[in-house]
Design a protein around this ligand. Structure first.
Ligand code: NG6
Ligand code: CA
Length: 513
């Protein structure tokens, strides 16, 4: 079956909502399925029990894997957060656009408001769209004014509701932004943020190191909020500042409300967890749930968040016709700036499972992600080795809802709906992976090609192999999943083919190839 055929069957499906060639099961209900995308932060391929972790129990995520399709070769587009999220929402590889690297806490919105996005496309099909949790795609124009309504933001790119951690947990401003206004802001105590010069009189991690809840490196030693020093300085907004220990409860509460409020119409909920990004500060009820310290405990906390969502879907009778996807934005890191025992207590746990590298790396652990899709009404449980990328969700759900994408939009997003539903065991035959820099690699069939580049092969601070080598690297990641054996010299023709494909993709979106 070729791609054209997929599209045809997908649009037939949407026109009639009766079973077509790609349906794995007969539908029971009319109408589009709800979509809940649960997106963890920095969670590695080996960090959850259904992907092989033995010292952490993640029963709720495991339940999704038992009831859905567990993918073993699914990818985010980048080994850091902002570009992965950019691609997820736009269907475009982030490296095509300048300014899509890790966004500073005062970045303006990096997604142009005139383009098609995943939520806009779903809104066009009648969905109510909400985003809850980590944003990290910038807000406003120029530097955001946190004391006003911040425009543009999620609403301008298609979300009807937004409750955001604006950048990251380790960056100021440490406040929630609901429908583009800071929650609980006292106008007599306005917010000012700076990433250059100190602002305000709040203590910093440099001056009050002994008072910190958790030790930090210099980059994370600016303004102290809730006993934790952050990247950047923040003045004012004291009443609005978050309490890290409560964050999982707060955002899960908002996500659950969104489901309750929209249960009668198709909804799309993009639930972007804070966990397991730094600072890792679990609620006291999760402290000590693993023997790995905070990094292990916040994985259990993330699993709890998933469980609350599943419970709410069950309670509302929505589980059958709701697609739940669980994945992560980039690979794992132990030391990301705080002294939280992650390194000391990891022991034999392998955050990246059998994969090499981690967050920030061109090796597989940077971008190969846990990825589970559950849709009881349509999808038979199982495991799939189809090659899929998060950039494909836009085109795949467009096909599912009967929408043709203009060729100018979502240039890298492929309709791989039949692979996502587990009906077809083949997805893409290639995809591009980005490491900060911007360094590109290509997964092509069983091959992983890493372009030659300058730069240090090892990042000592993060204890991560970056993948930088002056020589081309080629691994057979089906036979050699740990990328131990560079086969570039023995396979010059495959190296050439991979480089040519990468060069072509640099010029042209995948859908136009
Ligand atoms: C880096 C931060 C790191 C983390 C990362 C973003 C330093 C030295 N490191 O710049 O702690 O915040 O940005 O992580 O400042 S991500 O998952 O959102 O991409
Ligand atoms: Ca991340």
């Amino acid at each position: 079956m070729n791609r054209r055929h997929f599209l045809k069957s997908a649009s037939l499906f949407t026109a009639s909502m009766t079973c077509t060639t790609f349906c794995a099961k007969k539908p029971k209900s009319a109408g589009f399925p709800n979509i809940v995308l649960i997106y963890a932060d920095d969670l590695g391929y080996g960090d959850i029990s259904c992907y092989g972790a033995t010292r952490i129990e993640t029963p709720n995520i495991d339940r999704l894997a038992d009831e859905g399709v567990k993918f073993t070769e699914a990818y985010s587009t980048a080994a850091t957060c902002t570009p992965s999220r950019y691609s997820l929402l736009t269907g475009e590889y982030a490296w095509r656009r300048k300014g899509t690297g890790i966004a500073p806490g005062d970045a303006s919105l990096i997604i142009s408001t005139d383009r098609l996005t995943l939520p806009k496309m779903l809104s066009n099909a009648g969905y109510r769209c909400g985003v809850v949790g980590k944003w990290h795609l910038g807000l406003g124009k120029g530097k955001p004014d946190w004391n006003e309504k911040i425009v543009p933001g999620p609403a301008e790119i298609g979300f009807h509701y937004g409750f955001l951690i604006p950048a990251t947990g380790d960056r100021v401003p440490c406040v929630y932004v609901e429908n583009q206004e800071v929650v609980g802001l006292d106008s007599a105590d306005p917010i000012e943020v700076s990433f250059a010069e100190p602002v305000g009189d709040d203590p910093t991690g440099v001056d009050f190191r002994e008072k910190l809840k958790v030790g930090a490196d210099r980059q994370h030693s600016d303004t102290i909020v809730n006993g934790i020093s952050r990247i950047g300085y923040m003045k004012g907004g004291h009443a609005a500042r978050w309490v890290d220990e409560d964050m999982a409860d707060v955002i899960t509460g908002k996500a659950v409300n969104f489901i309750n409020e929209n249960k009668d119409i198709p909804f799309f909920l993009y639930f972007a967890l804070h966990d397991i990004h730094v600072p890792r500060v679990p609620h006291p009820r999760f402290v000590g749930k693993t023997d790995m310290g905070p990094r292990g405990d916040v994985i259990v906390q993330a699993d709890w968040c998933v469980g609350e969502i599943l419970k709410k879907l069950d309670e509302n009778g929505l589980a059958e016709n709701t697609i739940v996807i669980f994945s992560s934005d980039n690979g794992p890191v132990l030391n990301d700036g705080y002294k939280d025992q992650a390194v000391e207590r990891v022991g034999d746990h392998k955050p990246g499972g059998p994969l090499r590298g981690g967050k920030y790396s061109s090796f597989e652990a940077g971008t190969r992600m846990p990825f589970i899709l559950r849709w009881p009404e349509r999808v038979e449980p199982g495991e799939s080795a189809a090659l899929v990328s998060q950039v494909d969700l836009l085109a795949s759900f467009a096909a599912m809802t009967g929408q043709q994408l203009p060729l100018t939009e979502a240039p890298d997003s492929m309709d791989i709906l039949t692979a996502l539903t587990g009906e077809f065991d083949k997805g893409r035959d290639h995809l591009v992976q980005e490491a900060p820099g911007v360094f590109l690699s290509l997964r092509m069939n069983q091959w992983k090609y890493i372009e030659p580049s300058e730069g240090a092969p090892y990042n000592a601070t993060k204890d991560i192999e970056t993948g930088r080598e002056k020589q081309p690297q080629l691994y057979d990641v089906v036979q050699d999943v740990g990328e131990t054996n560079n086969l570039a010299k023995q396979n010059p023709e495959i190296v050439k083919k991979a480089q040519q494909l990468l060069d072509k993709l640099r010029k042209t979106g995948d859908r136009l190839l």
